[in-house]
Design a binder for this molecule. Structure first.
Ligand SMILES: NC(=O)c1ccc[n+]([C@@H]2O[C@H](COP(=O)([O-])OP(=O)(O)OC[C@H]3O[C@@H](n4cnc5c(N)ncnc54)[C@H](O)[C@@H]3O)[C@@H](O)[C@H]2O)c1
Length: 325
């Protein structure tokens, strides 16, 4: 939608970088916000010319007034809200985790309400759900009862329920997406980033150990970015919460697919650390919102990632230190 102005929060993150890339590719006006700093991840997936087309603002989503002012001043019509602290950060600092993940999201909803924003997609997470043993209906529907075991997950459930109240009381429509294991260029933090790091390590000629095993629900970062954009554009007037699906694959099969693309890949995995969340999720709700869900088949996505990583490694444009953690 060419007349739209998109606000992207958490724009320096992995998904933020891919959302910016797709919006700029489409010629849409984009306001990118984050805490500040160099666009390290956007530079992995965008050219400097593309990055220069984005309007950048430092915005701490915990700052209620600043969020409202920016949304109003910039004439924002659609929001992709990705800013958040992940599981280890919320565990280490619960009050900050709640300020960013809960209050930050409330600030976005308030600003959207005040400015009459037309579309809002925000990041929930698979971590809103409990372990697979909590459930008995497969594929797991969107309305399975949340049962988070982490503060991060509890905060994401608070976001989903906040969205319900904003739709019921003030007519603010939204779509909350529950990404699972996102892989692709730019994914570099947390245990579930191991799948992306395994690709980078294989390109760089290094062995790599994935710290989990079992059935994994995986989505390519570029596809997830397009899901967020599509959901912000979808004109939803109620509060939807959508599981993501795409590839549901065992860790050893992911490694085998990687070896098809990079035969020299030397990747092992931890056979004792079962992935702690459900993997067999229904994305019917997302199909209802989008019509067709963006999906790059794993073999194609791995080939794309390998080519991008190879080019970045050759230019010395990516930090290989991430492989040591
Ligand atoms: N990547 C995944 O596999 C995955 C899975 C489930 C859910 N999610 C959710 O999707 C969203 C984006 O994920 P990602 O992988 O891009 O995360 P990321 O950690 O790479 O990026 C998050 C961004 O939020 C920013 N941020 C943190 N505190 C902020 C604040 N106070 N104000 C403004 N910005 C702040 C960070 O600087 C960072 O750039 C997050 O909310 C995350 O919880 C991601």
């Amino acid at each position: 939608m060419q007349n739209d102005t998109f606000l992207v929060t958490g724009a320096l993150g992995c998904l933020g970088a891919w959302v910016l890339k797709h919006l700029v590719d489409r010629g849409v006006r984009v306001i990118a916000t984050d805490l500040g700093g160099e666009p390290v991840r956007p530079r992995l997936v965008m050219t400097e010319d593309a990055i220069a087309k984005v309007t950048w603002h430092v915005l701490d989503v915990t700052d209620t007034k600043a969020v409202a002012k920016l949304v109003a001043d910039e004439g924002v019509t659609r929001i992709v809200h990705l800013a958040g602290l992940q599981i280890p950060f919320c565990r280490a600092n619960p009050a900050l985790g709640s300020a960013v993940n809960v209050t930050g999201t409330i600030n976005i909803f308030e600003a959207a309400r005040a400015a009459g924003v037309q579309g809002l997609a925000y990041a929930s997470s698979l971590a809103a759900l409990g372990p697979a043993t909590d459930y008995d209906t497969w594929p797991l529907p969107d309305d399975a009862i949340p049962a988070p075991r982490t503060l991060y997950g509890a905060y994401k459930v608070a976001n989903e329920q906040t969205a319900g109240v904003y739709a019921a009381d003030w007519g603010v429509g939204s779509v909350g997406l529950r990404p699972c294991v996102v892989y692709g260029v730019g994914r570099d933090q947390g245990v579930t980033a191991d799948f992306a790091k395994a690709i980078l390590a294989s390109v760089a000629g290094r062995p790599f150990h994935i710290r989990t095993c079992g059935l994994i629900p995986m989505q390519h970062a570029s596809d997830v970015a397009r899901m967020f954009i599509g959901c912000a554009e979808a004109g939803v007037s109620d509060a939807r919460v959508c599981n993501l699906r795409n590839d549901v694959i065992r860790t050893e099969d992911f490694i085998a697919a990687l070896k098809q693309v990079i035969p020299s890949a030397d990747v092992t995995y931890d056979e004792g650390s079962e992935f702690p969340f459900p993997a067999d999720l229904s994305d019917k709700g997302l199909q209802d919102v989008l019509g067709s869900v963006p999906y790059t088949p794993l073999s194609e996505a791995l080939a794309q990632d390998a080519a991008m990583y190879r080019e970045l490694v050759e230019r010395d444009a990516i930090d290989l230190g991430q492989l040591d953690v």
